[in-house]
Design a protein around this ligand. Structure first.
Ligand code: BGP
Length: 469
């Protein structure tokens, strides 16, 4: 049996995103974000205006209940809480000159509360919630002007919160823009009309923006640590046939590129080759090349599953979330078809550490499952042994990676309190340690209840991982 390798000071906690928890979509001077017109997640095209069938409009009402929720996180012993700022709360249209003071005050209050409990905040600056105006008027990140709008937004955040927020992530799952351009990049042009050239140009704008604000952060907040955030997805060859191995390498490159540029400050050769082979010519200025040299301090990532790849198109089967891919015949899947692979987490951690030699932060991991609220000895709870099993197996693999010598700063499980799903916009796809009484039809009291996993995670944190074994 492996010993406990979690180091002292390892950060334990949970992760959320504004659009999936806050609600209050039109309160406090907030403008609309793309999420306010995505009632069904990524499964159907966005609607024109907010409609009441969109659970995100009110979500779990964290906007009004953050005091109670943060107290529950503190009760579990969280030492870090990852959340995002809703860009459209600070700049309702996205590109005003002056920020919305009421929006800033909300995050002041959240930070006060975290501070009260000694919980380190980690802020995602942009988590799938581009202001709708920027999507409609500028076609989101297709447009170079977004770099300036984003920089202004970041300057306001850094000036206001810089003295009390150390950990910042520039873009959630930046590699997903190639797959979900509206969700991830606020690109209003339908996906079917976008070429690879369009997509990579948008990616380029985001990468330059990320690097520019990394430089800005260092000027304004010398003690801050800036991370990129990647959707991690180890890909295995479906067979040992070298054709499958090469196909796997190419598929991996599509995600590695984002970490390579963030960590090395320039485009990797394999991506330049891909551009040549596909006649993609990007508008990259000399200034862009200089800006990209501002590399990140650490690499954060989400991890839910692995995939397979094959060169044989007749063997391709659907699997996975945003990325799609080939099913692994050896693995079981969640109720939503996400294949469960704890060892894949160790693989990806070793891989990233060896490749970039930057500390890692696991900022999302968890099981979306249907929960049943029951009453035991007069107390309402959820007997979610399946979630404990999933998280335990993954955390044991984090321990293995630590034993392998990987440098890891912390772990925030996804959706530490039930929230609205990004891909399907359901509340019944629950990830939390805390159950929120709200259903897919919008009914429910919004009351919070501790699940069995709540007490389990508390013990894991209390023992700094020793309770896992
Ligand atoms: C990631 C997103 C999160 C989150 C998570 C779970 O891709 O960064 O916002 O939602 O996946 O996905 P889902 O909510 O679709 O189950």
């Amino acid at each position: 049996m492996t010993n406990n390798y979690f180091p002292d000071g390892f950060l334990w906690g949970g992760a959320t995103a504004a659009n999936q928890i806050e609600g209050a979509y039109d309160e406090g001077g907030k403008g609309l974000s793309i999420q306010d017109v995505m009632p069904h997640g990524i499964t159907t095209p966005p609607s024109g205006t907010p409609t009441e069938d969109n659970l995100k409009l009110h979500a779990i009402d964290f906007y009004n209940r953050y005091v109670e929720d943060i107290a529950l996180f503190a009760e579990m012993g969280f030492t870090v809480f990852r959340f995002s700022v809703a860009w459209s709360r600070i700049f309702p249209m996205g590109n005003e000159d002056e920020p919305n003071e009421e929006g800033l005050k909300f995050y002041d209050r959240v930070l006060d509360e975290l501070d009260k409990h000694g919980i380190e905040p980690m802020i995602t600056i942009s988590h799938y919630e581009t202001p709708l105006h920027l999507a409609r008027r500028y076609d989101g990140w297709s447009n170079r002007k977004m770099i300036g709008f984003y920089e202004n937004y970041c300057r306001v955040l850094f000036d206001r919160f810089g003295s009390r927020v150390k950990y910042w992530l520039t873009f959630n799952e930046i590699n997903s823009v190639l797959h979900e351009p509206f969700l991830s990049g606020g690109i209003a042009t339908p996906k079917a009309e976008l070429t690879q050239q369009n997509l990579y140009q948008a990616v380029h704008h985001e990468l330059v923006a990320s690097a520019r604000v990394t430089r800005l952060a260092r000027e304004i907040m010398p003690n801050a640590r800036i991370g990129c955030m990647i959707l991690a997805l180890p890909i295995y060859p479906l067979t040992p046939n070298p054709d499958d191995v090469v196909a796997t390498m190419k598929a991996q490159h599509r995600s590695y590129a984002f970490g390579d540029i963030h960590c090395r400050g320039e485009y990797p050769g394999y991506l330049l080759r891909y551009f040549r082979d596909n006649e993609i010519e990007l508008d990259i200025t000399e200034q862009d090349r200089e800006d990209l040299k501002n590399t990140v301090d650490f690499v954060s990532f989400s991890y839910y599953m692995s995939l397979c790849e094959t060169a044989d198109s007749s063997r391709v089967t659907g699997a996975g979330n945003i990325f799609g891919g080939v099913t692994n015949p050896t693995l079981e899947a969640s109720e939503w078809g996400w294949q469960i692979d704890p060892q894949g987490l160790r693989v990806v951690m070793n891989d990233y550490w060896e490749r970039w030699q930057k500390p890692l932060f696991i900022v999302e991991n968890g099981l979306g499952a249907k929960d049943r609220l029951v009453e035991i000895d007069g107390v309402r709870t959820v007997e979610d042994g399946y979630r404990i099993d999933y998280l335990r197996k993954h955390l044991l693999q984090v321990n293995e990676a630590l034993a392998d010598g990987v440098d890891v700063l912390g772990y925030t499980s996804w959706g530490c309190i039930d929230l609205v799903s990004a891909s399907t916009a359901q509340l019944s796809k629950r990830y939390g340690f805390v159950y929120v009484d709200r259903n897919d039809d919008g009914s429910g009291s919004l009351e919070r209840y501790r699940k069995k996993s709540f007490f389990w995670y508390r013990d894991v944190i209390r023992s700094n991982g020793a309770a896992l074994t």
